[in-house]
Design a protein around this ligand. Structure first.
Ligand code: NDP
Length: 245
């Protein structure tokens, strides 16, 4: 489908992959509705584009009412929802025996419930339309488990399972689903990592040649999936930096 005038909702668009994807979609002529918790960052991004191309609303994806309200904004402003990219996520990694219960809860609420809330917010509209495309950001960490990342990996495995179930249940109704699984990407995600040293280590590892991607590299994958023909379902895209093990 051509992306011209298509209406796409993106969560986690206040930085990183979500912000880069917003910019790429605008280039392709889409109307983009963006959400995240940092409203000033959303405004800053929306203000870069012609009026009514990118609209925004403060949104916490772990709150179903917030997600429904973001979906309603898209309908009120543009009359339909062609796609949603459930991309918001946090990565406060730590060993299991550190028992960081609050961080576990927050990853479950944002990384898993955020995707489910996004699905629930748009699926009735897409089923009525008889078309739509739901994307979500999993990760290479949705394929492989790393020490210190068990819970984060668990949430990203869950995203892949949920999205595969969605594909099986909704594909015959004309609704596509795509899992976006990035390897290391140089974004602000390190800020959600617990502990100063762990943050420094991650930033250092991203600085090695070809060991990290730019957010725009992932945005290219999202555009590829969204731009595919009606008969094509791009179920998953894994994009790794060339030198990532
Ligand atoms: P960023 O930290 O730059 O972006 C994360 C985004 O999620 C921000 O816009 C943040 O906005 C938003 N967010 C976090 N919590 C919430 C919430 N409760 N409600 C709404 N928005 C929220 O990192 P990335 O761009 O890298 O991350 C995007 C996705 O990519 C995440 O799901 C991440 O797990 C995944 N990923 C990243 C990789 C990497 O190496 N960077 C690798 C593989 C996957 P705000 O704080 O304003 O709410």
């Amino acid at each position: 489908m051509s992306l011209k005038d298509k209406v796409v909702i993106i969560t986690g668009a206040s930085s990183g992959i979500g912000a880069a994807t917003t910019a790429k979609l605008v280039e392709k002529g889409a109307k983009v509705v963006i959400g995240a918790r940092r409203e000033e960052r959303l405004k800053e991004l929306a203000d870069k584009f012609p009026k009514d191309t990118v609209i925004y609303q403060k949104t916490d994806v772990s709150n179903l009412d917030d997600m429904k309200s973001l979906a309603n904004l898209a309908i009120q402003k543009f009359g339909r929802i062609d796609a949603i990219y459930n991309n918001a996520g946090v990565m406060p990694t730590a060993l299991l025996n550190e028992y960081r219960h609050d961080e576990w809860q927050s990853m479950v609420n944002i990384n898993i419930m955020g995707v489910l809330n996004g699905i629930e917010a748009v699926l009735p509209t897409m089923e009525k339309q008889g078309s739509g495309h739901i994307l979500a950001t999993s990760s290479v960490a949705g394929h492989v488990v790393y020490p210190g990342s068990a819970v984060y990996c668990g949430t990203k495995f869950a995203v892949r399972a949920i999205m595969e179930g969605l594909r099986q249940e909704e594909g015959s109704k004309g609704i596509k689903s795509t899992i976006i699984s990035p390897g290391a990407v140089d974004t602000e995600l390190y800020k959600s990592v617990s502990g100063e040293q762990a943050q420094k280590d991650l930033i250092e590892s991203w600085k090695q040649p070809n060991k990290s991607l730019k957010a725009e590299d992932i945005a290219d994958g999202v555009v590829y999936a969204l731009d595919s023909s009606d008969r094509t379902s791009v179920s998953e895209i894994i994009i790794r930096p060339t030198a990532q093990e």
